[in-house]
Design a protein around this ligand. Structure first.
Ligand code: NG6
Ligand code: CA
Length: 517
């Protein structure tokens, strides 16, 4: 009798869940199913091992985990690069960043590095009737050379396919420290114009170098130019007082913008690129999150970011959009602890492993540089699974084109829609990865790193770079931590992979660069 009761209660729970899950889904019109909303949540410097869904036990990311474990969780999901600008370039254009020599970490004054006639992910979606928006970090340059921050900044994300943009220009540690909405600095007082210079300071402006007593966060390396909110930055800034962001409110601010975007566009298919700033430096959790992780500000902002993801998904749910929205979650590059500020990231890390057992980190050609947290989630459409397919953010352009019935296939972007939706397990055969202007090659389980000059460990961030005077060849299936260099014993394999690698790198047109329709 007891067993029957238990069985019955399971059945009842089961039925109520499945009713809730399918809900309005059955009544959705065909067109809505064909054009799901697409949300791309892009983290900044979040490591493979920084999330519960990839095995973290010390760091708590319940909201991300819930989505990842109900979607397709990719164990071999890659950014194209181990730093921000190149990864974002690859993500949005579908072209390998090493093909564009400008795709390097950019100062806040850099010109836009995406050609305004180039095909981009938002432009492709826009051509299929999507409203397209970006909220968060941009870091792909603005304007054409010399930006006047007091007028409309042009070109901006709006000139490369976004209908709406609410961004920070570069990074949280770089000036200008202001939000920019559709090309205009938000809250700018015309009587207090903004001036930016990356070469020299403006007369009379305190810097982190000269005025350590003004700092609430100390710099460790770099980051000793203009002081904003007691935090020393990269680059010099004058004016724009009323427009300056408050670092501790940035997460809430971008979240609110992202939620407002969803509410404003819920009646049409939309694409939202929600590019969060965490856990990039300076790590400035809102006071609600200070101390929550026990790992100092780096851990606290990851918990904060996880909360933001939860709140954002609630907004989709409240607006009845969750069954018709594909969410893609990933990060622009791997983890770093000391990235230039004294913020206890190293001291308080405890047993947490941001790289999750992978070698290297941000800036590195080893796995942790580019293998990042990666999942897709679409309630009612994607079945929960774990995929070992090798996929890259660069593939989203061609794959999402397939999803929305667009013929666009661009550059190096492979069409892997079924893999992203968990219907197929086949991923890429090979991938060129990039880190600080060096490249390496992955084919199947093999990784080939050509010889590079320079330090084996980068001094300030204390991360293994991947540099060696020798060729390196690793088999990730047997050696995920890249501890055994097989270049000496597998010379034939090395030559075979090297030939393919050189074939791709040596011929920029080989992969359809011309096909940018
Ligand atoms: C480096 C900065 C680092 C970070 C990085 C860009 C110094 C010493 N280091 O130059 O703090 O801003 O650029 O990070 O200035 S990324 O995630 O946007 O690529
Ligand atoms: Ca980054």
């Amino acid at each position: 009798m007891r067993y029957i009761k238990i069985l019955l209660s399971f059945l009842i729970i089961g039925t109520s869940i499945s009713c809730k899950e399918s809900g309005a889904g059955n009544k959705r019109p065909e067109t809505a199913i064909k054009k799901p909303n697409i949300v791309l949540i892009y983290m900044d410097d979040l490591g493979y091992g920084d999330v519960g869904f990839n095995g973290a036990t010390e760091m708590k990311t319940p909201n991300m985990d819930k989505l990842a474990n109900s979607g397709v969780r990719f164990t071999q999901g890659y950014a194209t690069s181990a730093t921000c600008t190149p990864s974002r370039y690859g993500l949005l254009t579908g072209v390998y960043p090493w093909r564009n020599t400008k795709a390097k970490i950019l100062p806040g004054t850099a010109a836009l590095i995406i050609d305004t006639t180039q095909m981009t992910l938002p432009r492709m979606l826009k051509s299929k009737g999507y409203h397209t928006g970006i909220v968060g970090k941009w870091h792909l340059g603005l304007g054409t050379g010399i930006v006047n921050w007091n007028e409309r900044i042009n070109p901006s994300p709006n000139e490369v396919g976004f209908d709406y943009s609410y961004i920070m220009a570069a990074t949280q540690d770089r000036v200008p420290t202001v939000y920019i909405k559709n090309g205009y600095v938000v809250g700018l007082d015309p009587e207090d114009p903004i001036e930016i210079n990356y070469q020299q300071n403006f007369q009379g402006q305190p810097t982190g170098l000269d005025h350590p007593e003004l700092l609430k966060m100390k710099w460790d390396h770099g980051h000793n130019n203009s002081i904003v909110n007691g935090i020393p930055r990269i680059g010099f800034m004058k004016g724009g007082e009323a427009a300056k962001w408050k670092d501790e409110d940035m997460a809430d601010h971008f979240l609110k913008e992202a939620q407002n975007y969803v509410r404003a566009h819920k009646k049409e298919p939309f694409f939202l690129y929600y590019a969060m700033q965490q856990p990039h430096v300076p790590r400035t959790p809102n006071e609600r999150f200070v101390g929550v992780s026990g790992m100092g500000p780096r851990g606290d902002v990851i918990v904060e970011a996880d909360w933001c993801v939860g709140e954002f998904v609630k907004t989709l749910e409240e607006n009845g959009l969750l069954d018709n929205t594909l969410i893609i979650f990933t990060s622009d590059n791997g983890p770093v602890l000391n990235d230039g500020y004294v913020d206890d990231a190293v001291e308080k890390i405890g047993d947490h492993t941001p790289a999750g057992g992978l070698r290297g980190g941000k800036y590195s050609l080893f796995e942790a540089g580019t293998r990042v947290p990666f999942f897709t989630y679409w309630r009612g459409t994607i079945e929960p699974s774990v995929s070992e397919a090798m996929v890259c953010q660069i593939d989203l352009l061609s794959s999402l084109a397939q999803l929305v019935d667009s013929d666009t296939r661009v550059g190096d972007s492979q069409e892997l829609l079924d893999t992203f939706l968990g219907k197929k397990s086949k991923g890429r055969d090979h991938l060129v990865i990039e880190a600080t202007s060096r490249t390496a090659f992955k084919q199947g389980d093999w990784v080939l790193i050509p010889p590079y000059k320079g330090p084996a460990v980068s001094k300030f961030v204390n991360i293994e770079t991947g540099n060696s005077s020798e060729f390196q060849l690793y088999n990730l299936k047997e050696d995920i931590a890249q501890e055994r260099n097989l270049a000496g014993t597998h010379a034939e394999k090395l030559q075979e992979i090297l030939a393919i690698f050189e074939g791709i790198k040596g011929n920029p047109d080989a992969k359809g660069m011309k096909n940018q329709n």
